[in-house]
Write a new protein. Structure first.
Length: 166
C-alpha cells in the first residue's frame, strides 16, 4: 500500500510538471545600428539576446515593430521572419536586419534639422513552438547624429559603378 501511494505521488508530480504552463522567454536588446538610409526607408541591424527559461527548445519566428523619433513620432514599421532555435534553458543571440519603410515623411524633417535625433524601436519577437507561441516586447533606444545620417544616406543613395570603355 505504501509503495502504491508513493507511485501515485510521483505520477502526480510528473503530470503536474508536464502540464505546467510554458514561461515566456526574455528578450534583451544587445546592440543596434542604423546601417543604411534611402529615400524609401532605413535599415536597422539589431542583436537580441533571447533567454529560454523552459525545459524545451523554442524558435524565434518573427521580429517586428515600429521606429519612432524624438518624443515618439512614428516614422516607419518593419517585420523580418526568423527561424533561430533557442535550446532549453539557453540564451542565444539572434541577429536581425530590419528594413523600415518610411510611413510618415513629414516627421523626417526632424532628421535633418537637429544635430542629433533620439530614436526608439518598439518591437515584438514572436517566439515559441508549433503548439504555443507568444509575442515578447522589447525596446531599443539610440541616437542618430547628423553625420551618421549623411554617411548612411550617402551609402543608401549610392549608384552602381558605370563601366568605362577601354
Amino acid at each position: 500500500m505504501r509503495r502504491a501511494s508513493f507511485l501515485v505521488l510521483i505520477l502526480t508530480a510528473v503530470l503536474a510538471a508536464a502540464c505546467s504552463k510554458p514561461k515566456p522567454p526574455k528578450i534583451t536588446p544587445h546592440a543596434a545600428k542604423v546601417t543604411g538610409i534611402t529615400a524609401t526607408g532605413l535599415t536597422l541591424s539589431c542583436d537580441l539576446d533571447v533567454e529560454n527559461p523552459n525545459a524545451f527548445p523554442i524558435i524565434v519566428r518573427r521580429v517586428n515593430g515600429k521606429f519612432l523619433i524624438g518624443s515618439g513620432v512614428e516614422v516607419g514599421t518593419a517585420e523580418v521572419k526568423s527561424s533561430t532555435s533557442v535550446g532549453a534553458g539557453k540564451t542565444e543571440r539572434v541577429p536581425s536586419s530590419l528594413d523600415i519603410a518610411w510611413s510618415n515623411l513629414g516627421a523626417l524633417a526632424a532628421l535633418g534639422s537637429s544635430p542629433q535625433v533620439d530614436y526608439t524601436f518598439e518591437g515584438l519577437a514572436n517566439v515559441g513552438t508549433d503548439k504555443w507561441n507568444v509575442d515578447v516586447p522589447f525596446r531599443l533606444k539610440g541616437q542618430l547624429t547628423r553625420t551618421q545620417l549623411v554617411n548612411a544616406g550617402l551609402r543608401g543613395f549610392s549608384m552602381p559603378a558605370v563601366p568605362t570603355a577601354p
